[in-house]
Design a protein around this ligand. Structure first.
Ligand SMILES: Nc1ncnc2c1ncn2[C@@H]1O[C@H](COP(=O)(O)OP(=O)(O)OP(=O)(O)O)[C@@H](O)[C@H]1O
Ligand SMILES: [Mg+2]
Length: 354
């Protein structure tokens, strides 16, 4: 294990290691002043994927570890390609767990996704409705039309609190000026519209973006700093309508190689092609979900899985995990069923030879 590794893939959490990184290179130093904002603990999405942690975590190969750590040092996004089920998305959860970085912000990309979805949303209609309601309640007197003034009792109308209608998306939340970096998973970027990778470039390069709705009101009294909702469902302050990061987030972008990315995006990322888990890594994954010793106990199924893969065709790790679960809970009592279950579940995803 190289001394310089911050992420080691051992499953041994050490929240202080990330703080021992050297200062960022000058071209990746964003350094916004810290804001008062709480980062939630890891949620069930992480525990579901990573399993029980009764054994050391799935150790990626040493080349993978070097690339992941290079991205952490350089404050660059990681672009992870690989077959379905090779562990690309779970790597983001591994990173957050081992480095103690709290809840993973997840942006599942689909063909309709736009940059704005990742940054923030503004519920203009909700705000208008609240403003109209407030006017009705005022009986038409003293209402402020939702422009940030005061209600009849001297308190602000809900509609005047524009921050209640602004919600940062996963990318927007990851760029808040937290002391420690957040982990952001931009999942399946290759499913996006052709423009999204290019649109992402600028934000990932500059580490900031603006919310025009807040910029417009920033010179009004009391509206310079507005509390907006975050992707975590909490509130965080945004000043002058600009969100700028302090520590660049740990960005993990995944792709099933359904299409190529533009060279300018590739240039700004560290690219890791994650091989399908085998041997030690596969053993660690099985034991993370089924406990120490389970790899040896179900070695028959593991052999079958590895052998069928050698025949060609894509076989994700989930198939093996599903087969073990079923054998453990049902077919284990009916040994004759084991082979049938394995055959049913461990089929190639593509049309490769079987
Ligand atoms: N480090 C790990 N520890 C425990 N289980 C893991 C680990 N990495 C992956 N797995 C398990 O392997 C399975 C596949 O992982 P994952 O969903 O991350 O693959 P993927 O490459 O993102 O697949 P896809 O391309 O289909 O999205 C999951 O069921 C996950 O729980
Ligand atoms: Mg995935």
């Amino acid at each position: 294990m190289s001394e310089w590794f911050i992420y080691r893939g051992t499953g041994d959490p050490d929240p202080e290691r990330i703080d021992r990184r050297p200062a960022p290179p000058p071209w990746r130093d964003f350094g916004a002043p810290p804001i008062d904002y709480r980062v939630p603990e890891a949620d069930s999405a992480t525990t579901r994927r990573l399993g029980t942690r009764a054994v050391p975590l799935a150790v990626p190969g040493s080349e993978a570890l070097r690339l992941i750590n290079a991205a952490l040092y350089l404050r660059r996004p990681l672009l992870i390609t690989g077959e379905p089920g090779s562990g690309k998305s779970t790597l983001a959860h591994d990173l957050a767990f081992e480095l103690g970085l709290g809840r993973v912000l997840q942006w599942p990309v689909v063909s309709r996704s736009e940059l704005r979805d990742g940054l923030y949303s503004y519920d203009a209609i909700g705000r208008l409705q609240d403003a109209q309601l407030a006017r009705l309640e005022d009986g038409g007197n003293g209402g402020n039309g939702g422009n940030g003034g005061c209600g009849p009792a001297g308190g602000p109308h809900p509609a005047g609190d524009i921050g209640r209608y602004l919600r940062l998306g996963p990318l927007g939340t990851a760029l808040l000026a937290a002391e420690r970096p957040r982990v952001l998973l931009i999942d399946e970027l290759d499913k996006s519209d052709i423009d999204l990778p290019n649109d992402l470039l600028n934000v990932l390069e500059e580490g900031e973006f603006t919310l025009p709705e807040l910029e417009r009101v920033a010179d009004r009294p009391g509206q310079q700093t507005v509390q907006v909702l975050t992707d975590d469902g909490l509130r965080a302050p945004v000043t002058g309508g600009r969100v700028r990061c302090r520590a660049f987030p740990v960005v993990v972008m995944t792709s099933n190689r359904e299409r190529d990315f533009p060279a300018p995006l590739l240039r700004r990322c560290i690219h890791l092609d994650l091989a399908a888990p085998r041997d030690e890594r596969l053993a660690a994954m099985v034991q993370a979900h089924f406990g120490a010793g389970s790899y040896d106990e179900y070695i028959g199924l593991v052999d079958r899985f590895v052998r069928t893969e050698a025949d060609g065709g894509v076989r994700p790790t989930d198939q093996l995990l599903n087969a073990i679960y079923l054998v453990q809970h049902t077919a284990g009592r009916h040994p004759a069923d084991q082979e049938a279950v394995a055959d049913l579940l461990m089929r190639p995803l593509d049309n490769g030879p079987r």
